[in-house]
Design a binder for this molecule. Structure first.
Ligand code: NCD
Length: 266
């Protein structure tokens, strides 16, 4: 497996690499591909991928451009796994998020999932919302005006038959959530925050919000977090984000196994 990362990563890259090693495979990695590859010399992504697939059986790619994974897949003769394409998608995170919801709560169709924070640039939100739409999950979206879920995606969820609502503050919806999916502001993806402050009580957990939550509400976060989840919440049994990160290992092991060594009848 080649792990070709043009953007920083802790969980995604380490869990993919640990997965491949645990399955008995090998890993070749570059964690700063923009500098430590011929991209630095002006090589195009398709040319790099055409070369890399001569040496690898599967490519895990994280890139800063929306749509880059599809471009890479078109140039590759081996499977390309999208490990995040800029503000676009993060499908393997969605798989581990869905697995976490199944483990922690049960049937995704019966949950009310509340997404909070930077829903415009948050690729994990985009991919998980699309995946949950396949189950008809009821979804709410809490963000400041400038960071709302892209309208096209909102319409896609409605067209899929989901009940969706948008809110300006978490206070309005915390008490009815089965899952609260927190996110950080993707500061690196836009120039000017334009006065947007996400660390206030509208988009961060506070003792009041935690008291309003149901006893079995599950709090998830793709991590890394900033101030939206204070560390005092970590010992609360409802804090599922490190269990969620652990699930990344199992789900990525399953994905690699399925891609490289599928059951004979499939
Ligand atoms: C996220 C990512 O890179 O999109 N992290 C992850 O992969 N678990 C979330 C983020 O960067 O905020």
């Amino acid at each position: 497996m080649g792990a070709v990362f043009f953007e920083p990563s802790t969980r995604t890259r380490f869990s993919f690499e640990a997965s491949m090693l645990r399955l008995g495979g090998n890993v070749i990695t570059t964690e700063n591909a923009g500098v430590f590859s011929s991209a630095q010399k002006g090589e195009s992504l398709p040319d790099s991928i055409r070369t890399l697939c001569c040496y690898l059986d599967v490519i895990v790619l994280r890139h800063f451009d929306d749509g880059s994974a599809a471009i890479a897949a078109a140039a590759s003769t081996v499977p390309v796994i999208n490990a995040g394409d800029g503000p676009g998608e993060h499908p393997t995170q969605a798989l581990l998020d869905l697995f976490t919801i199944l483990e922690e709560c049960g049937d995704p169709a019966k949950q009310h999932v509340v997404f909070v924070g930077d829903l415009k640039h948050g690729r994990t939100v985009h991919s998980l919302a699309r995946l949950l739409a396949m189950y008809g999950t009821c979804m709410s979206f809490v963000s400041p005006d400038g960071l709302r879920l892209p309208e096209r995606l909102l319409q896609e969820l409605i067209a899929a038959g989901c009940t969706v609502h948008e809110y300006g503050t978490l206070q309005e919806v915390a008490s009815t959530a089965d899952v609260i999916y927190m996110t950080r502001v993707q500061k690196e993806r836009f120039e000017d925050l334009g006065g947007i402050a996400l660390d206030g009580s509208s988009y961060a957990l506070t003792p009041e919000l935690v008291a309003a939550m149901k006893i079995d509400t599950v709090v998830m976060h793709p991590l890394p977090r900033n101030s939206e989840i204070p560390t005092w919440f970590d010992e609360d049994p409802r804090a599922a984000y490190f269990r969620q990160a652990q699930n990344g290992l199992y789900v990525r092991m399953a994905l690699l196994e399925e891609l490289l060594n599928p059951f004979p009848d499939e």
